[in-house]
Design a protein around this ligand. Structure first.
Ligand SMILES: C[S@@+](CC[C@H](N)C(=O)[O-])C[C@H]1O[C@@H](n2cnc3c(N)ncnc32)[C@H](O)[C@@H]1O
Length: 277
């Protein structure tokens, strides 16, 4: 395995890994026990990474999200792991070996999820899925989120990359923003309605509109998950904070399952203020 397959991860990523691991454990336990009808439940990791990271805090190896899911007590029936980076995909292949229940894909998850993976998780086939959508930034397309919501069989954890948005798109003077960055934002949000949300309509003395607080963007996206993608349950997301207390991203959960929401709300509450060291 090459050294470059390992990412150094921050404290907040370790918190995320723990949250997702705990929920995957509960989810898979409940679905494994379900009879009449028995359900075939699937784990999907769309931005899977290389499977093992190095903790910045301790310098130790830390299992990544796909490995955590593979190691849970009540296994999923199938695992689908995707990464765009060939080194990460190689690392996953090396770690997983030839387990028949695991498929590893090297490519863009935005296409692979819609073409190959989500069709394996249809409600009418008595299939259900837990899908982790954990990009570094604005690399996810709304169509993926929307499709998961429409299918009703898929629950998602979603990284809402507020730091990437603030750094590259939500600038005080929109005229200075690179059109390529605007296109990334449109692809993530699904349309241009974020423009309506992101700025206070009252321009200041110099004609600049004030940018709204992060929480306003987050609430608007939470409403979109409910009202446009049709997820029934979208609890308040978990702010993932760096050591200075600034929010790096928000971890959303969206589902059609009330029990899922209850469990995630409980887990979020336990970890809510653990971001800052
Ligand atoms: C934040 S890391 C994932 C970490 C992993 N979920 C974990 O917690 O262990 C994001 C990963 O997404 C991959 N990536 C970026 N764009 C992608 C895309 N369009 N499709 C699939 N993977 C992508 C990167 O190569 C990187 O390994």
């Amino acid at each position: 395995m090459t050294q470059t397959a390992f990412d150094e991860i921050n404290y907040w990523s370790e918190v995320k890994l723990e949250i997702v691991r705990r929920y995957a454990e509960e989810y898979s336990k409940i679905l494994s026990a379900q009879k009449r009808p028995a359900l075939h439940h699937i784990y999907i990791d769309a931005f899977a990474g290389g499977g093992i990271h190095i903790s910045k805090a301790s310098g130790e190896f830390v299992p990544g999200s796909p490995l955590n899911a593979l190691l849970i007590k009540h296994p999923f029936k199938e695992y689908h792991l995707i990464d765009l980076d060939s080194k990460k995909a190689d690392s996953l292949r090396e770690i997983v070996g030839n387990r028949p229940d695991v498929t590893i894909y090297e490519g863009d998850c935005n296409a692979l999820l819609l073409d190959k993976v989500f069709p394996r998780a249809k409600w009418e086939d008595y299939r259900r899925a837990l899908c982790l959508l954990d990009p570094y930034g604005l690399h996810l397309n709304w169509e993926v989120i929307f499709t998961a919501g429409q299918m009703r069989s898929i629950e998602i954890f979603l990284n809402f990359p507020i730091a990437d948005m603030n750094r590259n798109v939500l600038r005080r003077d929109m005229k200075k923003v690179d059109p390529g960055q605007v296109a990334r934002m449109n692809a993530f949000w699904g349309d241009e309605s974020w423009r309506e949300v992101a700025y206070d309509k009252t321009a200041d003395l110099f004609g600049y509109e004030e940018k709204v607080r992060n929480e306003v963007m987050v609430k608007a996206f939470q409403d979109r998950l409910k009202n446009s993608a049709d997820f029934e349950y979208v609890p308040d997301p978990m702010p993932m904070r760096n050591s200075k207390g600034s929010v790096v991203y928000y971890l959303f959960f969206a589902s059609h399952n009330r029990i899922g929401e209850d469990i995630v709300t409980y887990i979020f509450r336990k970890y809510r203020n653990k971001g800052a060291l």
